[in-house]
Every structure is written in structure tokens, then in C-alpha cells.
Design a protein around this ligand. Sequence first.
Ligand code: BEZ
Ligand code: FE
Length: 313
Amino acid sequence: MDMPVPSSPEELPTYGIIESADDVTDVVLAAMAGAPNPRLRMVMAAFVRHLHALAREVQLTQDEYGLAIDVLNRIGKATNDAHNEGVLFADAVGFSTLVCLLNNGGNGPTETAVALLGPFWRDNAPLTPNGGSIVRSPTPGPALFVDCRIIDPQGRPIPGVEVDVWQASPVGLYENQDPNQVDMNLRGRLHTEEDGRFWFRSVKPAGYPVPTHGPTGELLRAQRRRPYRPAHLHVLGFKPGYRTLITQIFADDDERLVSDVVFSVTRALIGKYRCHDPDETPPSPDVQAPWYTLHYDFIMQPGEAKRPVPPIK
Ligand code: BEZ
Ligand code: FE
């Protein structure tokens, strides 16, 4: 089928009459070919080709088409200031991790130190001095002392990095999901010192099920998948002149490392959460054994700093 592309918006476009299913993709591609933005043109053409190929491959029925539209609509309706179903769905089908690793995989398939942002990051976490605590309301569980460094690819410390940290509690809930925690519990914003270090006190995070009340949960149940994430600490490093670092450090003792529902665990991100015995002197007199320490060196690459859009408020 010969389909001329309009040379200007004023010119009446002629894509052709559709004779059968075979024609649809080419006609749609022709209709989109005049987009002046080359990236939009390329991405949307690939989107249409792959979407149409999917429908052809599975011979999508009208009912299934209706279901897909309904799921899309309900993902939108389930999203609000406190919950981001769109991010959750993208995470659960591995799309977030794929995009994350495609954009950060310079060191090889599993060596990259980045991970998806997830739906629980909140902007404006309380400023926390190094050595301070992000436990802001009583949160039973083993104490965790985090002591990390941010360095450049040559191993030089990067001072002045704004570091957001956030995590679930030992019962596996983020503060915004849990009436027993105060606002911003287990969230903090620190700054690296001259030697690149930042350090704080917390409680050992637990693994948790992702929210399953929406379409993502329906999909997981239909696929007989478990909704669990292994225990982890989220870290977001921001400093002008460096690519924003978004990552998670997973607990090495969590048996679910190999079954993360959002496919985010790479080898480089498994941290050593060291468990200390009662006969060791704790870092603070109020600490009861067992208590944990976590050390980790994060590498930030020179580049453009961009803060992500917060998925929730
Ligand atoms: C999280 O780690 O906070 C998360 C990531 C993806 C889906 C749900 C939660
Ligand atoms: Fe998380």
C-alpha cells in the first residue's frame, strides 16, 4: 500500500482506505510519521509495531481487548497521592528493572549498583545529621547501624551528596501504610562528609508484600506469583555534576533474594547486614543484641543530576 506522508500540517493527509487487518499497522505508522519530534516519532512507531504484533501473535480476542482497556483504566483510578499503581504494575512485569538496567548497565549485566525507585519514595524527608536516627516513633526490631561511602569511579570520596534513605519497618510496612508509625518514620535525608561517608541508625528492614488491592495484585494472583520483596534499604544520591544514583541494598540473609516480585536484585546490590553477638559492645548503651551493621560503597558517575518525580506525596 502506498501511503504518502503529509509534508505540512495544512496539507490533507491521505493514508489510504483500510481493506483488512493486514493494512492497519502501516496506515497507523503513516499517520504518525509526520511528528516533528524525532524521538517521539521513533518511540511511537516502535510502540505501534510491537503492540500490533502482540495482538497478531496471540490473536487477541475482543473480550481480552476489553479487559486490557479496563485494566489500564483501573490502574489510573487506583493511583492517588498515597499509592502509585502505574509504577507498581511496571515493576511487577519487570519493565522498571529493564529500563533501569538498560540505562545504567555500563559495568556489565549484574555489576551495576542501581535499582528501580519503586512507588514509595517521598520527597522532603527530614534532614538528618550523620550519626542521627531515622527511627522517629517506637519501632520494635533489631537496631541497624548503616555506615556507607559515596565515591567516584576512581575511588575518590564525593562530599556534599544529598542522600535520601527510606525503608520498610521490621513488620514490612512503610510509614505511609502503617498507622502505628509517625509521618516520615524510617525516612531521612543526609549529606556525605568530606570523606564521602554518611551514617545513621535505623532498625533492620523486613521483606514485605507489595500492595495487591489493585490490578497488579489481580495479575499476581492469576499467575500464582507471590507478592514479596526481600528486605532492603533504599538510597537515592543527588549532587549536581553526578548522575543521580537510585538504588537498594538487599539483606543477604533474606531467602527471597531469588524471588523478588519486581526483579530488582542484582548481585552487586546484596549487602552484608552483619549480625552482632551479645558479647560484642554495642554502638549505643540502649542497643540490645542481636543488632546489625551495614557498610556499603556506592559509586556515582559524573553526569547530569536529575531528581525523579516522586511517585507519591
Ligand atoms: C519498593 O521497594 O519500595 C517497591 C518496589 C516496587 C514495588 C513495590 C515496592
Ligand atoms: Fe522498598
